[in-house]
Design a protein around this ligand. Structure first.
Ligand code: DX5
Ligand code: ZN
Length: 222
């Protein structure tokens, strides 16, 4: 299981320090929640902030674009140093074109699905996707409760991916905690995003260890 901590729950006034702390704690990925105030109610940060931090970090930059018409900005985020760019199916009319564009720009390509969005929206794209993000909350805020049907959605997505021979990873984002880590991994999740449950209980290396233990099925509390 790959844990991708969401910087949404970090201290924005010291992002470079937060990235260094994640790396020192043994994390490999970091999740950037880009919000535009249109697709979702909040506004966070954009490509210039990611570009500035790129110089300070060797982490894998997992960039979750919660923005309308994300195809307009794919090139900019790729140039800023995003290793993976994830766009919402609901925000993009020409999803295949945008996925192709992400790959042409040299980044890994992912599509996110809101909780109510059916899996068949990505079915034909699975062979060209590096990851599918199953949103387990409605996007826009940290600290929300996990929507229980998400686990079954992950299980069904895993079957679809296996059936077509795609190598796409499954990521889950929203309300992920020690309490649901095991069921998500068993259902087929490869990458778990955690904001409040990860940053809210330091030290970070111990938190990572607990998430990994939970993924293996050890009893770690919640
Ligand atoms: C929600 C974001 C998430 C958020 C998760 O819109 O996409 O990445 O940071 O936060 P928690 O883990 O607190 O639900
Ligand atoms: Zn996210």
């Amino acid at each position: 299981m790959i844990l991708s901590p969401s910087l949404l729950s970090s201290d924005f006034s010291r992002l470079a320090d937060e990235l260094a702390a994640l790396e020192a704690a043994g994390l490999k990925w970091v999740h950037w929640d880009v919000m535009d105030g249109a697709f979702v109610p909040n506004i966070t940060f954009g490509a210039p902030v990611i570009k500035a931090c790129r110089k300070k970090s060797g982490l894998f930059f997992d960039v979750h674009l919660m923005i309308d018409n994300p195809g307009r900005y794919v090139g900019e985020f790729a140039r800023a140093g995003a290793d993976l760019i994830c766009v919402h199916a609901e925000a993009e009319t020409h999803l295949e074109r945008t996925v192709s564009l992400i790959r042409t720009c040299g980044a890994k390509a992912a599509v996110a699905l809101n909780p109510h969005t059916p899996l068949d929206v990505v079915e034909y794209l699975l062979p060209q996707l590096d990851m599918v993000l199953v949103m387990s909350v409605n996007p826009g805020f940290g600290g929300q409760s996990f929507i229980p049907f998400s686990t079954d959605k992950v299980r069904r997505l895993k079957s679809m991916i296996d059936a077509c021979g795609s190598a796409a990873l499954i990521q889950v984002d929203g309300g992920v905690s020690l309490a649901n880590t095991r069921e998500l991994v068993q259902a087929g999740a490869d990458v778990l995003v955690s904001g409040s449950a990860f940053f809210g209980a330091p030290p970070l290396d111990e938190r990572l260890r607990l998430f990994q233990a939970a993924a293996r099925g050890e009893d770690v509390g919640s």
